[in-house]
Every structure is written in structure tokens, then in C-alpha cells.
Design a protein around this ligand. Structure first.
Ligand SMILES: [Zn+2]
Length: 107
């Protein structure tokens, strides 16, 4: 069971530890409609780097791809948790086995 979980860890796409939020923004053009309140919608990527929070805009046609990389990280976290649970069971069963051997006494 543990071996099959470990195999599932093979990564098939980039992993991104970040989050995406939809934001409204005003561009630089003085005559643009966004100056009259019709703001542009943009996708902002927020991530941590060296303890600081950074953000950048993601091109609209690329946002879904980036979203799937973030989702990949969440799934990876879930898989790591499952593997940790199984590994914990291994430690537990080894400890119980050792106890049983000791209670039988030296042969
Ligand atoms: Zn604009």
C-alpha cells in the first residue's frame, strides 16, 4: 500500500505554492474606460519568498494553467499526509513487534 502511494508521487506538472485571486485594476491609459469606473479584471498570483509576500499578474489565457499547478500542490500535500499516516503505522507495528519479542523474554 505504501509502495503504491510512493509511486503516485511522480510529478507530471509544475508545482506552485501560491494562491490566485481575482482583482480589479486601473491601467495607465488616461482615456481608458477603467478611469470611469469600468475597471479591468485581472488574476493576481500571491506567493511567499524569503519570508515576504509577493504578487504578480498572470495573463488571462494562462490563469487556468497556473491554477492547475496550485491545485497540484494541494493534491501533493494530501498524498504526503496519506504517506505519513502509512509510515506512522509502520513505526507502530515495528514497536509492537519489538514489545512482543521482549515480553517473550530472551530465547
Ligand atoms: Zn484601462
Amino acid at each position: 500500500m505504501l509502495a503504491s502511494r510512493l509511486k503516485k508521487l511522480l510529478l507530471t506538472k509544475p508545482i506552485l505554492i501560491a494562491s490566485l485571486t481575482e482583482v480589479e485594476k486601473v491601467c495607465g491609459k488616461p482615456t481608458c474606460r477603467c478611469r470611469r469606473g469600468l475597471k479591468h479584471h485581472a488574476t493576481q498570483l500571491t506567493y511567499q519568498h524569503q519570508g515576504k509576500t509577493h504578487s504578480m499578474y498572470v495573463p488571462a489565457d494562462f490563469a487556468e494553467e497556473v491554477r492547475s499547478w496550485i491545485e497540484e500542490h494541494h493534491q501533493l500535500q494530501q498524498r504526503l499526509r496519506e504517506i505519513s499516516e502509512l509510515s506512522l503505522m509502520l513505526v507502530r507495528s515495528h514497536a509492537q513487534e519489538r514489545k512482543r519479542q521482549q515480553s517473550r523474554g530472551p530465547s
